[in-house]
Write a new protein. Structure first.
Lengths: 212, 387
């Protein structure tokens, strides 16, 4: 194990965006294993960040700066990896449903999922069920993530799930849901595979769903 | 409920035709209007007036239209006063700010500024995603800050509704000036992710944007205080998500709350009350909200906060308004609304310090019958002295 891996991890946790490049360059020059750098250094750091956010030990700005810091480090490592060595943890489509244009939460979740090594396709906001299903058919993701902020747009999440069933492809994708009015009970009721209360929980959930 | 004139309503709350009947309080079985702003003043000073006041920062125009039986638009201040009067309120809310309460649409002055002064391509003016702060940000860096047309946000037209309303105010009724969107306007101008990262990576830029927005709001206050019929300045600024503050309490104390404190001091010097609205879980910010000098906090988000708890912990230092949940107004029965209002009156009413309100605002996607049930329940359970 690279002896200074903790320094890289701590720099990401602490949002030390002005220090990370030197630290990562040092690691690369020292011959550190690149996958270990990514998984045990950077991704592990973002797991800690997600946990701190869930506990309200840090807030959105600190979480975002940690993500910026991680990306700076990752941008130095990625070009050195062989194409087939770049292991994605899975593909996730994310969107807010029809009628809902609020995307702060969705964007935070996307950032954390990318930090955890997932490939994320952001469909944006206000997506109709037809459009979402079309994208699921085209992309064949591991997970479809949907959110809604308003109680009036929540039912659209169920509409998407029903449409996937109608098209006979519900079982081809895991579905995770979130948003202010959403909760576990409702997610279970509509047939989603999981619910995440915040961006940190969304990463844990995505990992469980991909492993299932 | 009033007997509907033939054909004015399609499904829901939206009027279809121009010629409508005109409804008033009698059609809904409500008491004769007798607005009295002193009711609100006594309430926030923890005294018991004759009844628990009703209070809203926003009843959406389709609901007002449904109530009155004619279309009420954002620029029809006369009809808006008529609505709040007939429905039993002591105040009428008027937006005196670059941003209105709720979604940023073409009725917000900031939208007109952006559309008229900043868009280079004429065709972009037809596309809401190009000029609405709901979709697009405009201050990404120092250069954007320096070149933004800030002076446009202080144009006299922003105050026009506040001057116009004077002609229509009944005796006893005062205006709530919706103002002070310092935090929200700052992050919307900068784009949320850009704002949040620059809060740490370019603190000076964020501080300067906060300062500029606050300066504009404070300048607006000087004009507001010239008008004796304004009773309240209502800071409408969401500070928290359902799981807690959007930025750290330390950041709020450094960049936002000093401005709020200044606003509260100026209001009190001018004998104007200061109310604060924020959704989300404010628990860790409550002592700050007290320290700012806030008179009343709204709505105590029913999805994550408890009226009973806030009364127990802060009820001697703050008044509250809320919190018939918007989800209840959408999906409950009138009987369930009645029960909720009864609970709120019994829990929050004794000793004053409480106004009845919805859990955020009265929206067009709630059931109209539930809104009426809320008003009627207020009359049934909200009278002092309480048993």
């Amino acid at each position: 194990m690279y002896e200074n891996l903790e320094d890289i991890k701590n720099a990401i946790i602490g949002g030390k965006h002005d220090q990370i490049e030197d630290l990562v360059k040092k690691a690369i020059d020292a011959g550190a294993d690149l996958e270990e750098l990514i998984n045990d250094g950077m991704v592990a750091a973002m797991d800690v960040v997600g946990e701190k956010y869930s506990k309200n030990e840090i807030y959105v700005p600190e979480m975002l700066v940690s993500a910026v810091t991680m990306k700076k480090g990752l941008d130095l490592v990625n070009p050195l990896l062989q194409a087939d060595a770049k292991e994605s943890k899975g593909t996730i489509i994310m969107c807010t449903v029809k009628g809902d244009i609020h995307d702060i939460g969705k964007n935070l979740v996307i950032m954390m999922l990318q930090g955890a090594g997932f490939d994320v396709i952001d469909l944006g906001v206000d997506l109709s069920a037809e459009k979402v299903v079309e994208e699921v058919k085209r992309t064949k993701p591991n997970i479809l993530g949907m959110s809604a902020l308003l109680t009036t747009t929540m039912p659209e999440i169920k509409t998407v799930i029903d449409e996937l069933k109608e098209q006979g492809i519900r079982d081809s994708v895991k579905i995770m849901v979130g948003g202010a009015p959403v909760n576990q009970e409702w997610a279970d009721k509509i047939g989603a595979d999981g619910y995440g209360a915040d961006a940190g929980q969304a990463v844990d959930l995505a990992r469980r769903l991909v492993a299932a | 409920m009033p007997v509907a004139a033939p054909g004015p309503w399609a499904a829901g709350n939206k009027p279809v035709k121009e010629e409508f009947f005109m409804a008033d309080y009698k059609d809904y079985g409500l008491r004769e209007p007798n607005p009295d702003f002193e009711r609100i003043r006594k309430t926030v000073h923890h005294q018991e007036p004759d009844r628990v006041p009703l209070l809203e920062s926003l009843v959406e125009y389709p609901v007002q239209s449904r109530f009155l039986g004619r279309e009420v638009k954002s620029d029809d201040i006369k009809s808006q006063v008529e609505f709040y009067y007939q429905a039993g309120y002591d105040t009428v809310p008027v937006t005196v700010s670059a941003m209105a309460f709720g979604k940023v649409d073409d009725s917000s002055p900031i939208s007109r500024v952006i559309r008229d002064k900043m868009l280079k391509d004429e065709s972009e003016k037809e596309d809401m995603t190009k000029w609405s702060l709901e979709y697009r940000s405009f201050i990404n860096d120092r250069e954007d800050f320096e070149t933004f047309p800030w002076e446009e946000l202080e144009k006299p037209e922003i105050l026009k509704p506040l001057y116009d309303v004077k002609d229509y105010l009944p005796e006893g009724m005062k205006v709530v000036a919706n103002s002070g969107k310092i935090f929200t306007l700052t992050w919307m101008l900068m784009g949320f992710n850009n704002f949040a990262t620059k809060l740490i990576m370019d603190e000076q830029l964020v501080s300067d944007v906060f300062g500029k927005v606050a300066e504009i709001q404070l300048n607006m206050l000087d004009k507001i205080f010239e008008l004796p019929y304004v009773g309240v300045v209502w800071l409408v600024d969401d500070l928290a998500f359902g799981n807690g503050p959007i930025i750290s309490p330390a950041h709020y104390r450094k960049f936002v709350f000093p401005w709020y404190k200044k606003i509260a001091e100026k209001c009190h010097e001018n004998n104007v009350l200061v109310f604060q609205h924020s959704d989300g879980d404010l628990t860790v910010l409550m002592e700050d909200i007290v320290d700012i000098g806030t008179d009343l906090l709204h709505p105590i988000d029913p999805t994550c906060m408890s009226m009973k708890t806030v009364k127990q912990k802060w009820g001697d230092r703050l008044a509250f308004a809320g919190n018939v949940a918007n989800e209840l107004l959408r999906s409950a029965t009138p009987e369930e609304i009645d029960a909720r209002v009864k609970y709120l009156m019994e829990t929050m009413g004794p000793g004053g310090g409480y106004c009845l309100a919805a859990g955020n605002s009265v929206t067009e996607w709630g059931k109209f019958e539930n809104y009426i049930a809320m008003l009627k329940a207020a009359e049934k359970y909200g009278n002092y002295p309480m048993k």
